[in-house]
Design a protein around this ligand. Structure first.
Ligand SMILES: [Zn+2]
Length: 342
């Protein structure tokens, strides 16, 4: 079990500029600021499907992820699925709330990003709650008084989710300033911060993965299936990539490639496959319990012969599986077709 620490970063509305500037003016100018933690492989997934507003929030958050990925060595792998930010076993994700998972928002707070990390200062999970009492809309151009642009707020929050803290030198233009402003995209200062965090992370072949759904219950002898995706963020082809289930679970296991557009099987069962740089591969995985067991996180190993395994994160690329000797209703509906590489 990893040690988990929690940190919160709140983003504040511009109306409090004067009060905060008075406080900040006494601080030393150091340029960008880092939270002190980072993702092990310069990448993570983030679920962007915030419900409502005809998908406008979801697409704005998806764009905010791309705002960082397109100009820095860090890669967000956006997932078109919902992940509850207030559920600690949920994948990285975001939603609106009248409170930050039960804690009152501070005065003028637009959103709060919370993350957990292990004793090696590597991120475990990051999530964001946007303040539903704020009048948000999505627009480009100067900040308007009547409503706050959701996308640039989301971009600030995603900066926290990758390891950036607030730029507290108000003379340096930064998306990571503590107050929302006319700045809509990562600036040179923001990018320098991400470079400092991740430039040294060698990633000729760098893997991320996701599994949907995240839990199944079946009878012993019956097969639980799920969809898995492996993504190679590196600059070289991943060789002989495969999925394994550690032998500690009393179950047989197979995997097979699929066509991500149709979820139809392709290739051959248990056949490793190369994954080109920048490409993803979808799979069906099938677990058949040979004995009864209670809810157990099946930590699949997804790796290539020339890569470190994709980082494992409970609920994100694990499958909470239980097997019983009597028929059990499998309460989770397969909705994996919503997975895409956004
Ligand atoms: Zn912030």
């Amino acid at each position: 079990m990893s040690v988990r620490f929690h940190t919160r970063s709140a983003y504040t509305a511009a109306v409090f500029v004067s009060a905060l500037l008075a406080v900040l003016s006494g601080r030393t100018a150091l340029g960008y600021a880092l939270e002190g933690q980072s993702w092990a492989n310069a990448t993570t997934t983030f679920s962007y499907a915030i419900p409502g507003n005809n998908g406008i929030w979801a697409s704005a958050l998806q764009q905010a992820l791309a705002d960082w990925t397109s100009v820095t060595p860090f890669t967000f792998f956006g997932l078109n699925q919902y992940a509850d930010p207030c559920n600690d076993s949920s994948p990285n994700g975001a939603d609106f709330g009248t409170t930050d998972c039960g804690m009152a928002f501070g005065s003028g707070t637009l959103a709060v990003t919370t993350y957990s990390f292990d004793e090696n200062n590597q991120f475990i999970r990051a999530s964001t709650v946007f303040n539903s009492n704020v009048a948000f809309s999505v627009y480009t151009g100067p900040l308007q008084n009547s409503s706050t642009d959701f996308r640039r707020v989301a971009a600030n929050e995603m900066g926290h989710a990758l390891g950036m803290a607030h730029e507290n030198d108000s003379s340096i233009p930064a998306l990571m300033a503590p107050l929302v402003s006319n700045i809509e995209q990562p600036t040179a200062d923001d990018i320098a911060g991400v470079d400092a965090l991740y430039d040294s992370v060698a990633k000729p072949v760098s893997l991320a993965s996701a599994v949907l759904p995240s839990s199944r219950s079946v009878q012993v002898g019956a097969t639980a299936t799920a969809f898995a995706t492996m993504v190679n963020f590196g600059t070289q082809t991943g060789s002989s990539c495969e999925i394994d289930l550690p032998g500690t679970m009393p179950a047989s296991f197979t995997y097979q490639t699929t066509n991500p557009a149709t979820n139809q099987l392709t290739g051959t069962a248990n056949q490793p496959i190369d994954i080109a740089a920048g490409a993803s591969q979808s799979f069906v995985i099938a677990v058949t319990p040979t004995a009864a067991f209670g809810s157990t996180d099946a930590p699949f190993t997804m790796t290539c012969t020339n890569a470190s395994p994709a980082p494992s994160s409970s609920g994100l690329n694990t499958l909470l599986l239980s097997a019983s000797t009597t028929p059990t209703p499998d309460v989770v509906t397969l909705t994996a077709t919503t997975l895409n590489d956004g």
